[in-house]
Write a protein that binds this ligand. Structure first.
Ligand code: SF4
Length: 378
């Protein structure tokens, strides 16, 4: 069976957080009571049982608990979800099992329990190593807690630790972003996801910017931060293997590669999305509807959409779009179909074709202008 005919990754959404960060528009809710969390866990376990048999699953499918903040869910609930996945054949011998955590919501006990349950990778939402910036973001943790969390994760047996960072946030400077990166490199973090701030409509951050309570760094300053991130981490031995992701050798997120290779995945929980190779299946993002068991929405994807999405996802990575796989998978020669678009991107220096490897990928210059490239294909 081809790898695009089987589920290769399983995503579990835990939609609870201690408090809402100012910039966040994810499906997550602050300060939920124990009863709601227990009910959510029960519904999620039911969903796992109901949907486990709907697709063929690779026994090595990756596992990813994301959110929200999975580390705010009581350990007994995490254990129950893991047990249900295992009992229903969705957690067999995963290539990787990641749990997201907030440095302000962990302890050596919780981290050790995650390891015992089988998680072998942890992703900390750190965002910055400057306390003033963390406060301005509405984060619940301090930079000291972030350092402590990394240390405790190592003590609990996690050798694969990832950190998320943001640049371009109000009050950030080139120096503060560089300091945060340096600190995390020195802490031995081998994988970093570094995102340029996107201001989402309706968030408190958006309102504060509108009324002038917070001010974004200038475009030039944000551009300098981008240049710093994209140069500094490769100089320290991290490969930029996706537009916003950097990893030391062997530390790439195998779960995220499933998305970027446009392979089938199963998403379970509030607002979670699945892709079976032909259609996208999305759960409600309304917690009442989800708890009432609302049927997910199915959107059939035609061949043009799938091909465009395959290219879009592949171009995000340094490996690029595999033209030979595309030919086998979609029975289409991408270079024929997108002759004009490819030639435009090549002439602007955005894209290169490796004829030997039969791949097409963005150059470093093209990664900076990724959106201009993507809109040609989507
Ligand atoms: S912790 Fe993450 S999911 Fe929760 S509010 Fe903050 S950014 Fe959003």
């Amino acid at each position: 069976m081809n790898n695009w005919e089987q589920i290769q990754g399983i995503y579990i959404h835990i939609p609870f957080c201690l408090q809402k960060c100012l910039y966040c528009d994810f499906a997550s809710f602050p300060q939920q009571d124990r009863e709601t969390m227990a009910k959510y866990t029960d519904n999620l376990c039911q969903e796992i049982q109901q949907r486990a048999l709907s697709f063929p699953v690779n026994p090595q499918a990756t596992i990813y608990f994301g959110g929200g903040t999975p580390s705010v869910l009581p350990l007994e609930d995490i254990a129950k979800i893991v047990g249900t996945l295992k009992n229903n054949g969705l957690w067999q011998k995963p290539l990787e099992a990641t749990i997201e955590a907030n440095p302000g919501t962990i302890s050596l006990e919780s981290l050790s329990t995650y390891r015992q349950l089988g998680f072998d990778r942890i992703s900390f939402g750190i965002q910055s190593m400057q306390d003033e910036e963390l406060r301005a973001m509405g984060r619940v943790h301090t930079s000291l807690q972030a350092r402590e969390a990394i240390k405790l994760a190592g003590e609990a047996g996690f050798s694969r630790i990832s950190a998320d960072l943001i640049y371009g946030y109000p009050s950030q400077t080139l120096k503060s972003v560089t300091d945060s990166l340096q600190t995390l490199v020195l802490q031995g973090i081998k994988h970093m996801s570094v995102y340029g701030l996107v201001v989402e409509e309706g968030t408190p951050l958006c309102n504060y910017l509108d009324v002038g309570k917070l001010i974004l760094p200038s475009e030039d300053d944000s551009g300098d931060m981008y240049d710093c991130v994209t140069k500094y981490l490769p100089q320290q031995g991290y490969k930029r293997y996706e537009i916003s992701n950097y990893a030391c050798i062997g530390e790439e997120s195998r779960h995220n590669l499933v998305y970027w290779q446009y392979l089938p995945y199963l998403g379970l929980g509030l607002s979670a999305c699945s892709f079976d190779g032909q259609a996208r299946i999305t759960n409600s993002n309304n917690i009442e509807e989800y708890l009432q068991g609302k049927t997910p929405e199915t959107e059939k994807l035609d061949i043009e959409t799938r091909l465009a999405e395959y290219i879009f996802m592949g171009l995000r990575t340094s490996y690029g779009v595999n033209l030979a796989v595309a030919e086998e998978r979609f029975a289409i020669d991408i270079r024929e179909i997108y002759k004009k678009e490819i030639s435009e991107c090549q002439s602007k220096g955005f894209m290169e074709i490796d004829r030997l490897q039969r791949t097409m990928h963005l150059t470093d210059f093209g990664m900076k202008f990724g959106n201009q490239v993507f809109e040609k294909f989507l």
